[in-house]
Design a protein around this ligand. Structure first.
Ligand code: COA
Length: 540
């Protein structure tokens, strides 16, 4: 594979202007992440109260469990951003993948400093998403439970539906049966729904003094039975470890509990990460020839000006070596083989609008990756499939559908990163959320919507005017309609709007993308090879 030849002039004023604009985007990202970790109204008081009970914050808890000097891939840090009046930073739950005794585990840790660790609708979505990632990537789950269960004022959006609380218990039971250990450490008052997380776990550790499990807390017991009882007598560590048997181990404090947890993980007989012996082609990795930090200067500060996706690929892959497939055909999509942290991947990246030839090239390339068992990486930056009479006559609908079908039916691991626009059916053909990529990350410059705000204001206002036939409409009224639509589309296509609702697994710094993808690929490498696809390669 040849090393890519960049056309970017890193000394140009354009490059500097772009990089400066990206620095602002990253500053906003860091600020908002910090808000999720420790911000929010009254949070300082909650954190103080948490500490005064001798309790540790969720990210520090995870740190104490994981092997020293290993990475932790936190997911959806900004879930819940700007929702519920911003009263649920991080959705009150921390999820992510960490390494214990060389084995990757999914962590689901409640944050009791946010609404007592109770779960809002978006928290349930984050909890369930973490379980789905665990199922697909073959990860055991560690639950650090410190939760008041369902957030009661919004119970109708949490309790009864398919992917609500019941769905999380359903998944927990099935993950366990799949041979993926479910282990809980109880660190707070786990009531009702919260009680079933440990109760459904394979093994449970309770921490004396702070851990409690009960289906109904003391106030409910008093109201229902007239029985007055202290929390620890009703559901403390001693009761559950020595009498009820709901818990298997009792720890005197949090730190001892994490020591015990590490011991349980070591005994769980799970596969460690090993790059050498697996189905996925791996060679000794090398850094990209072009610095990943240069991505900031490659992405135009003006999102109406495109950038060459190859320049991004060159800053993500080992040695910046990229074997491009059909480089002379289908100019708005680039496909090719490369390596990320030594793992071979097939990359499909947009350069704007998708034409028929681009869709066919991508379909052909997906077939090659299927036949050769190479994971697929989609880098989305598209305004969608080409419209217009020429394109329709050329059959864009059926060619786009071929690409969509190929993406949907690919059995190799698929990963998606939104590096720019993700509009229209381009989102689907490029393995958007609806196509279940194993992981989907987005950059802070990305946008996601059916169409851009600029297009939407024309389309929607035209539709509205057509429906108002015969009604007199002034220029000012039309301008106001356009502004209203543009405002709605700007707001809803914002990457923070998307990440808040878990349309992705997190917003990431472009310079961290290579490492993030390397971790994701390492997870796939430790699993058995995926079931073979059809292996048929049709020339398009
Ligand atoms: N729904 C909505 N809000 C909840 C909640 C729940 N299930 N559990 C806790 N909260 C809120 C509290 O109202 C409080 O809000 P505030 O800070 O705005 O006053 C905040 O979370 C902290 O709760 P607090 O009781 O002060 O904290 P604590 O650490 O002393 O106790 C719990 C934590 C979880 C043990 C306790 O709040 C509790 O038992 N909650 C009710 C649990 C329950 O019955 N759940 C049923 C689920 S089906």
């Amino acid at each position: 594979m040849r090393q890519f030849e960049s056309r970017i002039d890193t000394g140009s004023s354009e490059f500097e202007k772009n990089a400066a604009a990206y620095a602002d985007l990253l500053a906003t990202l860091r600020d908002r992440q910090q808000f999720a970790i420790s911000g929010g109204a009254g949070r300082e008081r909650s954190i103080e109260r948490h500490h005064s009970r001798g309790k540790i914050l969720p990210r520090e808890r995870i740190d104490l469990v994981c092997d020293a000097d290993t990475p932790f891939l936190e997911l959806s840090t900004l879930a819940g951003w700007d929702m519920y009046d911003n009263s649920a930073p991080g959705a009150g739950i921390v999820t992510g993948i960490g390494v214990v005794h060389g084995v990757p585990w999914m962590f689901i840790a409640n944050d009791a400093t946010v609404k007592g660790g109770s779960l809002l609708p978006i928290s349930i979505k984050k909890h369930v998403r973490a379980q789905d990632i665990a199922a697909e990537n073959g990860l055991g789950v560690i639950y650090l439970v410190d939760s008041g269960g369902a957030f009661l004022p919004l119970q109708d959006d949490i309790f009864p539906d398919k992917d609500h609380f019941g769905g999380s218990f359903y998944r927990q039971a099935r993950l366990s049966a799949q041979g993926l250990p479910q282990v809980s450490v109880v660190l707070g008052g786990c009531t009702a729904g919260g009680a079933y997380v440990p109760a459904l776990s394979d093994e449970v550790i309770m921490v004396s003094g702070i851990g409690r499990i009960y289906l109904g807390g003391p106030p409910i017991v008093k109201a229902a039975l007239g029985e007055i009882i202290e929390p620890d007598d009703l559901g403390g560590a001693a009761l559950h470890t020595r009498i009820s048997g709901v818990s298997d181990y009792m720890a005197p404090d949090e730190r001892s509990a994490y020591g015990k947890l590490r011991e349980l993980c070591a005994a769980a007989n799970q596969r460690a990460v090993d790059h050498r012996e697996n189905w996925l082609s791996w060679t000794e990795p090398g850094s990209p020839h072009f610095d990943p930090d240069e991505i900031y200067g490659v992405i135009s500060a003006d999102d109406r000006i495109g950038f060459d996706a190859r320049e991004i690929v060159a800053r993500l892959v080992d040695g910046s070596r990229y074997g491009e497939f059909k480089p002379e055909w289908g100019e708005h999509i680039t496909c090719g083989f490369a390596r990320i942290w030594g793992f071979q991947v097939g990359i499909i990246a947009n350069n704007g609008i998708i034409f028929s030839s681009d869709a066919l090239k991508a379909t052909h390339f997906i077939e090659l990756c299927e036949q050769r068992r190479v994971p697929l990486l989609f880098l989305q930056n598209t305004t969608g499939y080409m419209v217009g009479s020429d394109s329709e006559a050329a059959g864009i609908a059926k060619h786009g559908a071929k690409m969509v079908s190929a993406v949907a039916n690919a059995t190799v691991p698929r990963y998606t990163v939104l590096i720019g626009g993700s509009y229209g059916a381009g989102n689907y053909g490029m393995c958007g959320r609806g196509f279940n990529p194993r992981f989907l990350f987005a950059w802070p410059n990305s946008r996601i919507a059916t169409m851009s705000a600029e297009t939407a204001q024309t389309v929607l206002v035209d539709i509205r005017l057509a429906g108002m036939r015969g009604t007199e409409t002034t220029e000012e009224e039309i301008a106001a309609m356009r502004a209203e639509v543009a405002d709605q589309y700007e707001r809803q296509s914002d990457p923070y709007y998307a990440t808040a609702r878990l349309w992705d697994d997190g917003l990431i710094d472009p310079a961290d993308t290579r490492d993030t993808l390397g971790l994701c690929l390492a997870l796939a490498a430790r699993q058995d090879a995926p079931a073979p696809g059809s292996g048929i390669v049709y020339r398009m």
